[in-house]
Design a protein around this ligand. Sequence first.
Ligand SMILES: Nc1ncnc2c1ncn2[C@@H]1O[C@H](COP(=O)(O)OP(=O)(O)O)[C@@H](O)[C@H]1O
Ligand SMILES: [Mg+2]
Length: 365
Amino acid sequence: MIDAMTGARLGSFGPGSRLGILGGGQLGRMIALAAADYGIACHVFAPEEDSPAFDVCAARTIADYRDEAALAGFAAAVDVVTLEFENVPVESLVFLEAHVPVRPGAKALAVAQDRLSEKSLARSLGAMTAEFAAVNDRASLDTAIARIGLPAVLKTTRLGYDGKGQAKIMAQGDVARALAEMNGQPAILEAFVPFEREISVIAARGSDGHFAAFDVTENEHHDHILHRSVAPADLPEALVARAVDATRAIATALDYVGVLAVEFFVIDGDVLVNEIAPRVHNSGHWTSEGAETSQFHQHVRAVCGLTLGSAKARGQATMLNLVGDEANHWEKLLAEPGSHLHLYGKGTPRPGRKMGHITRITPRA
Ligand SMILES: Nc1ncnc2c1ncn2[C@@H]1O[C@H](COP(=O)(O)OP(=O)(O)O)[C@@H](O)[C@H]1O
Ligand SMILES: [Mg+2]
């Protein structure tokens, strides 16, 4: 939409608009499917030729995220840009922002890409986190251990996912190996949190500042990969409020537009911020059938400047990821009444690869 006086694009993009998505994974695929429900067509930009989102988009660009000619062409072809992958270079977002609205923007992405920045932000807003310290070499690691103690977890500050780029340090004998696993990259040492449970808040913030959180989700990981999410989490009201308030404060501080996820550890009657994901999130997949508006529809509404939908739950939801060979049982799952199967079109399963998920909704007790 163009302002007749200034020629500038206005911030709202309804049916007939083009939404650009950086990243071509299953999250982009599900965003594109939701956008289609509103008559909004998607243009997916991803480097991999076999990106799952390409199956369901109107247009595609296959290029490196740093290819400025490709980015310029992409910006010219769409009305607004979002992302489904948080490791897009921040410079690529800055480049795009000169041409087209990008939601969430470079500032939010820069913070969420860096574990030190995201924990510092959470603390500056009054939220709790595990104790942490920056680590660049053996000396800073020794200093960090002296302050934080053991056990602890050493993580690369950037580019980690599904537990990759992390090493647990149980005792002094593990220190050299853990540091070697960082491969010389900047790292963060975190106190190991013997959490009672892990939860996440999936929420949306609109371009007008309107905020809507889904029910808090409880998450169980297997081999560092999300295995099961249950919503609502069985959590005292006070902790629900604390987690949602922290998420709102983070979204506001980042001028965030779109859906974001904040992961927390629950321990000793409190919640500690673990990670911020500047995108729709695996632990929010249950909303596709379990909420009045799915996280994908909500994200499209937010980034396109449309009214947010109701985030109210429709029951008790359980989402199970289908990792690797688990997706081979799809016919059995398809035959199960009341279960909702989603497959990502990734072809032959590989160990540890998210191939799909299944959601079951039951009435609330
Ligand atoms: N400081 C910690 N204490 C205890 N467990 C942790 C800690 N950090 C991470 N974990 C475990 O590892 C999982 C993955 O770590 P996370 O920081 O979320 O990275 P990512 O999801 O990017 O791999 C967490 O969900 C949690 O189960
Ligand atoms: Mg995580």
